[in-house]
Ligand binder design. Sequence first.
Ligand SMILES: O=C(O)CCC(=O)C(=O)O
Ligand SMILES: [Fe+2]
Length: 339
Amino acid sequence: MTAHASAVAAEPTLAEIELPDAVRDDLAEELATLPDPTRDIDWSMSRYHQVFARLPVRTLQRMLDFGRHPDTPGVGHLRNLPVDERLPSTPRDGRPSPDKPTYVAEGVLLGLSGLLGEPVGFTTEKNGQLVHDVVPVEGGATTQTNQGSAVFLNFHNDIVHDPSGRYDLASPDFLVLSCLRADHEGVAGTYYADARDICRALDDRTLRTLRSPLFRMNAPGSYCRDVAGGAEVLSEPVPMISGPEAFPEVSAAANGVRALDDAARSALDRLQSACREVAHEVLLRPGQALLINNRKGLHARSQFTARYDGQDRWLQRTYVRRNQWDIRHRVAAGHRRVH
Ligand SMILES: O=C(O)CCC(=O)C(=O)O
Ligand SMILES: [Fe+2]
């Protein structure tokens, strides 16, 4: 391959980044001294910038490039990250553990988030918290939400209800998922299907249908449950795939997409099967994280068995916006990052 050809060759849609042991230990030592970041989040985010500036510059650049360029991979798998020496039980109800002695995991999660943008919360998602605990919850085992375990969580992106009727407007640009504890059997898989790979796998007719405003997204389960008394709250009719051919954006509600005609219904089925064909699979382990671009692709999760015994799978998650300016109309009173 000539130098020119290699410069323009399609990059793989998954970035694999492993920290050297010495870098991991250096980060761990710094992060173990830092307080609960939620006490003063803007100070903590600034401090994490200092800590993560110690990464080898090429590693740092790959993470920054992940956030700043349209042509970079949609998902990054980071390995050999620092972990807390002592880990309390997995939170049972999806609320933060009151007895976590150190905040290394939070530092990793928020430090990585700060390389991509700003962590934000939504009042209708995990009470507006900035650090989400993603854990199996007994009452939600069969739901299409992050509380589920007994069913495959279909390919989706994380969207946010907005009174404009467009649920992609306020949604996070990125998610960071960091693993504190794997599931008992170690079989829970997280999947990512990049829209570029999805489009390559689809025929022209299906793609044209998916690019037409023939779909209404249901608002997230938490919004329908807490605000709408369990009823569906559908978006305006929107396309599922949009944007230029080289840099497509894809969106699919986890809580259901209403197709407006038969062609749209079969295109929607084709989209889910194309996702399964092209997806990257990652079985997250402690000390590993996924950087997920929430516009460049869709993610999913396999089934796994939850025991609700305090040792279940535990991920921490952030929602990251590159910029809060476009969603400033919805900021919650008395807050700067909660919408
Ligand atoms: O549990 C996972 O691996 C992903 C769940 C998910 O879709 C999310 O947290 O947004
Ligand atoms: Fe999700």
